[in-house]
Design a protein around this ligand. Structure first.
Ligand code: HEM
Length: 409
């Protein structure tokens, strides 16, 4: 910096009062351009060289930035219209993403390419053939990969929903015996049935006179109650809070939803890692939410690990506690916590989204015919089973009589 200071050629100028780079570079240029005849030519050249260097560095950075963060489409796949660098981002509706996504399936068929800046090229598919190729035929060639891992690591760690390779294989093996028909029926079925009974009873109370209810919030509350009981054996009473439209207390549900919302935004905000390093904005809030979630779950797990189980509780925590790792040892509380958080995200949020989306689609006037057919199927199934008096809920056994053949959307 001192090389281009006013002492080197621009002698009759005022010396800069600041030693900051910007002012010490700007100052001599301004003076030398004003009085070129009186200035040292070498000095002028040096300044020009410096500007060229700055210009060059900016250009190289821009090129690097462009190639590193530009949106890339999958070659050969159909894609919504893209613009350089931004891909499809400018034409995308983030707040109504699922509507936008299903409209693209209607336009471009069962598989199409989604290109977003700073994200890996993505293939969106609902094609059973492609899904079978990925999940079965060519399974070893497909992994979640680093881009997914960096976004989800803070919440999911090395858990099954985020792991690849050997780490995934081990957890999958441990989890596989939990997903038998018997376990699903005996552990999860009764939980869904009893919470559904509560939900329907609460809905009946709100039906006369009819009161509008936020269906998405209700489904997120209902599924959280179901899955927290399936995972840890605790009910969080989120269904009731949702139906009464009381503001969500700052309990587990609040932190869990906010954490996932902020993490999902990472896909649309490529600068999130900078915010995380600076510990500002949503990333700062995320830290607090994750701390709460981890402490809440770990506390439940530790309490259960400390107390001798009588084996009556048939939740996932109990099933995992009975399982052994590859060295025939019990899983540690930390590992159990990670596993359960993964199951909560994998089971609860998927189911909540599916139910909210299905309700929304069924409520659309153009789907009135489908709703009518669906009601017909359920009525038909109810005739096949012995209906418990006063029960407002379709019993589990009735599900076997529902062909589930209609596409809702
Ligand atoms: C509508 C409901 C659901 C949908 C759409 C859904 C979708 C998916 C998808 C697409 C994957 C693969 C993710 C990947 O490999 O990247 C997955 C994995 C998984 N799901 Fe589901 N899921 C649903 C319900 C559930 C439920 C109810 C549970 C648990 C009770 C569950 C537990 C899991 C687990 C543990 C994995 C990881 C398995 C593995 O990687 O081997 N899911 N789910």
């Amino acid at each position: 910096m001192s090389l281009i200071g006013p002492d080197r050629g621009c002698k009759d100028s005022q010396p800069p009062t600041s030693r900051f780079a910007v002012s010490s570079i700007h100052y001599p240029v301004e003076l030398c351009v004003k009085f070129p005849g009186r200035k040292d030519k070498n000095h002028l050249l040096l300044i020009m060289d410096l500007w060229l260097l700055v210009f060059g560095v900016i250009c190289v950075s821009l090129v690097f930035f462009y190639f590193k963060f530009r949106a890339v489409a999958i070659a050969g796949a159909k894609s919504p219209p893209t613009v350089p660098f931004f891909g499809v981002a400018l034409g995308m509706e983030v707040s109504t993403y699922f509507e936008w996504e299903s409209a693209q399936f209607a336009k471009y068929g069962k598989s199409w390419s989604l290109s977003l800046p700073a994200s890996p090229p993505t293939l969106n598919t609902i094609d059973p053939v492609v899904i079978k190729t990925i999940l079965q035929d060519e399974f070893n060639n497909f992994e979640k990969g680093e881009p997914f891992d960096v976004v989800f690591r803070d919440l999911l760690g090395d858990g099954i929903f985020n792991a690849d390779g050997e780490k995934w294989r081990k957890q999958r093996k441990a989890a596989s015996h939990l997903f038998t028909y018997r376990v699903l029926r005996e552990t999860m079925g009764p939980v869904f049935s009893s919470h559904l009974q509560t939900l329907v009873e609460l809905l009946f109370l709100k039906a006369h006179p009819p009161v509008p209810i936020a269906a998405q919030r209700l489904m997120f509350g209902f599924t959280l109650d179901c899955f927290s009981q399936i995972a840890f054996g605790v009910t969080l009473n989120e269904t009731e809070a949702a139906i009464e439209n009381t503001s969500q207390s700052e309990g587990f549900g609040f932190h869990f939803d906010r954490a996932q919302e902020i993490i999902a935004w990472r896909f649309f905000a490529p600068y999130w890692s900078i915010l995380k390093k600076l510990n500002i904005g949503g990333e700062r809030q995320l830290k607090g939410h994750l701390k709460f979630i981890r402490a809440f779950c770990e506390n439940l797990v530790r309490q259960r690990c400390l107390t001798e189980e009588n084996g009556e509780k048939r939740d996932l925590l109990q099933l995992f506690r009975e399982a052994k790792d590859e060295n025939n040892q019990n899983y540690t509380p930390e590992w159990l916590t990670t596993m359960l958080i993964n199951f909560l995200v994998a089971g609860r949020d998927t189911t909540a989204c599916l139910l909210s989306w299905a309700l929304w689609r069924m409520a659309l006037p153009e789907n009135a015919g489908l709703l009518h057919k669906l009601r017909g199927e359920i009525d038909h199934a109810m005739l096949q089973v012995e209906v418990i008096e006063d029960a407002h809920v379709v019993p589990f056994s009735a599900l076997e009589h529902i062909p589930l053949s209609y596409q809702v959307c």
